[in-house]
Design a protein around this ligand. Structure first.
Ligand SMILES: [Cu+2]
Length: 178
């Protein structure tokens, strides 16, 4: 009986998997970057992901960039006299064997000056620069919050991944409004 219940649970988890945006691992040297997700609102965005260091030496995330934002800044949240405030950090260290989470209420990547075309919810590239590993470019799935183009179709990530490769040749406006 217990086995059947476990099986049912697993089935539910697998069935729900497509709803998890870009639940993928991106290996880069000794690092693995997992489950990158971007939440965009008009003008701003936050990016969350996890970084695991499988190597013997520490590495540091020192910068990020994306063509959809004027600035990509590493941020943390800090309690300042009872108020949660965001503060820029110079780098995020990933110790050997450690996993660092960029998540809600903690470390995150802040996108400032997000272009209006990005708010259509299409995927976009995000380049992370690590001190030791170098640069890694991730295909990001965007969740647009309160956008005009918010619709269930934006969860079709495979289709968007394929379109990523053709992004350079695509026109900026009116693309993939399915
Ligand atoms: Cu922030």
């Amino acid at each position: 009986m217990r086995k059947i219940r476990l099986f049912m649970m697993l089935t539910l988890i697998v069935a729900g998997a497509p709803l998890l945006a870009a639940a993928e691992d991106f290996p880069a040297g000794d690092l693995v970057i997992s489950q990158p997700i971007a939440r965009l609102i008009s003008g701003n965005g936050t990016v969350h992901f996890t970084i695991t260091n499988h190597g013997q030496r520490p590495d540091r995330l020192i910068s990020a960039s994306t063509p959809i934002a004027e600035q990509s800044v590493l941020h943390t949240h800090r309690l300042d006299e009872g108020v949660m405030k965001m503060r820029a950090v110079d780098a995020i260290e990933i110790a050997p064997g450690a996993t660092v989470e960029l998540k809600s209420g903690g470390l995150h990547l802040m996108l400032i000056g997000v272009t209006s075309t990005a708010l259509s919810g299409d995927n976009f590239p995000l380049t992370l620069t690590f001190e030791r590993t170098g640069t890694v470019t991730l295909p990001m799935a965007a969740q647009v919050i309160g956008g005009h183009h918010d619709h269930p179709g934006q969860m079709d990530h495979m289709e968007h991944m394929e379109h990523m490769e053709h992004m350079d040749r695509m026109e900026k406006d009116g693309q993939m409004n399915h």
